[in-house]
Design a protein around this ligand. Structure first.
Ligand SMILES: Cc1ncc(COP(=O)(O)O)c(C=O)c1O
Length: 427
């Protein structure tokens, strides 16, 4: 099982057998309130009728079409609808099947771009410590979660460096929304440029809000400064919006929320409401134009997946975007942001809590690590909440909350009351 203590799981499995709206049904029949939208992905809630109907219907019309040298209209339609939602001049989309594939594809597109532009020496990628960019070799190389790298450290991408992360409890504990302090941390990119030379750097990749590492929200001005430094040196800026996309922050994308447009954006998860696996890389006009038009005739990008733009995923994606639009779910998330933030910060003073933070419909409850057993307290809190009928996510000693955007106020209350009770009960 992925990212799971397999032996412990087999001794005490936690199995889910059905889902509807805000709730899972566990194997023992209990209703479990979904405080995490699955894995940050079921933004419109579970088993939405119009989405499942679209998938069923497409499965009966055309199950599969090869994407190499062939196409099918739904994938193009989905790309067009996405482009209408995307910020700035991001106007082309390449489909894959996951966030990890989107990240590796984005890195490849960055390299292809510099080759086409006549600067093939620009190969270095700059990630950020504590960043999570999936599990492909590219993603773990630019990622900054040590546990995900160390089993594979003998063979990662060679030309990579990392900025420091922005999490600083000494200055920003209990921030609501963006922390006030820390924009200057982006200046480290300037130092990295001086160290290697701008003309060797292909791209900088960051999660606008780092999710999997425990919800690290960018300080006010930080992303703007990264953008400025990238512009000054002609470096591409990649936002990994696999978690932050599709309304999670109360705006279509983090780029909209923070008013900073990247050159390349990766998305996945919420693109199909997690019904059928899909990811995508979205690029600014000039990147598409350069890669496609500067190459000799024939195949322009030697990359792709058997299931790129899969018909079922494309049908699911179109139905999902329709739900987001017709139900105004991104606006709904924005209107709930304050209520959600109040619920997060109401846990201040609760046993074990050392920080609370929130943005959009994302919250984090950071716990003091148990001496000598990092992560144990967070995991026990997760188990307690599950026993009490609420699904939360523990990442180390931080509990991350990110319910579907259809969440009701009483459900927000219940999520945080359950977390509070769990923290009072665990050692
Ligand atoms: C920011 C980010 N990038 C990439 C990924 C990888 O996505 P996947 O698990 O679909 O490969 C994730 C997954 O959580 C993510 O949060």
């Amino acid at each position: 099982m992925p990212f799971t203590a397999n032996r412990a799981f087999k001794r005490a499995p936690r199995m889910l057998v059905a889902a509807k709206g805000m709730y899972y049904t566990a194997a023992d029949g209990r209703q479990i309130l979904d405080g995490t939208a699955g894995l940050w992905c079921v933004n419109a809630g579970h088993c939405r009728e119009s989405i499942t109907a679209a998938i069923r219907e497409q499965a009966g019309v055309m199950d599969y079409a090869p994407p190499f040298q062939m196409g099918h209209p739904l994938a193009f339609e989905l790309a067009q609808q996405l482009v209408r939602m995307l910020p700035g001049d991001i106007d082309h989309v390449f489909f894959g099947n996951s966030g990890s594939e989107a990240v590796d594809t984005a890195l490849k597109i960055a390299l292809a771009y510099w080759q086409s532009k006549g600067q093939p020496q620009r190969v270095r990628f700059i990630g950020r410590s504590r960043g999570y960019h999936g599990v492909g070799f590219g993603g773990i190389a630019v990622g900054g979660i040590e546990a995900n790298r160390k089993q594979f450290a003998g063979q990662l991408l060679p030309a990579v460096d990392h900025l420091q992360h922005t999490h600083d409890l000494s200055r920003n504990a209990y921030s609501r929304g963006q922390p006030r302090q820390g924009a200057e941390l982006a200046n480290e990119l300037e130092a990295v440029v001086q160290k290697y030379g701008a003309d060797t750097i292909a791209a900088v990749i960051v999660e606008p809000v780092a999710g999997s590492t425990g919800v690290l929200i960018p300080p006010v001005g930080y992303l703007d400064r990264l953008r400025e430094i990238c512009d000054r040196h002609g470096i591409l800026l990649i936002f990994d919006e696999v978690i932050t996309g599709f309304g999670r922050l109360g705006a279509p994308f983090a780029a909209d929320k923070f008013g900073v447009v990247p050159d390349i954006m990766t998305v996945a998860k919420g693109i199909t409401n997690a019904t059928v696996p899909m990811g995508a890389v979205c690029v600014r006009h000039g990147i598409y134009d350069c890669v496609v038009n500067a190459s000799a005739s024939g195949i322009e990008l030697f990359h792709g997946y058997t299931y790129s733009g899969h018909p079922l995923a494309a049908a699911a994606g179109l139905a999902t975007l329709d739900v987001y639009r017709t139900e105004g779910l991104f606006e709904r998330a924005a209107s709930l942001e304050d209520y959600f933030g109040d619920a997060v910060h109401a846990l201040r003073g609760t046993r074990h809590v050392v920080d609370l933070r929130n943005i959009g419909i994302v919250g984090a409850v950071e716990l003091e690590a148990r001496p000598g057993a990092p992560g144990a307290r967070g995991f026990e809190a997760f188990l307690k909440c599950f026993d009490a009928g609420v699904l939360v996510r523990s990442t180390g000693d931080t509990l991350a909350l990110s319910p579907p955007l259809i969440v009701e106020r009483e459900e927000i209350d219940r999520i945080f009351e359950t977390v509070g009770q769990a923290l009072r009960e665990i050692a």
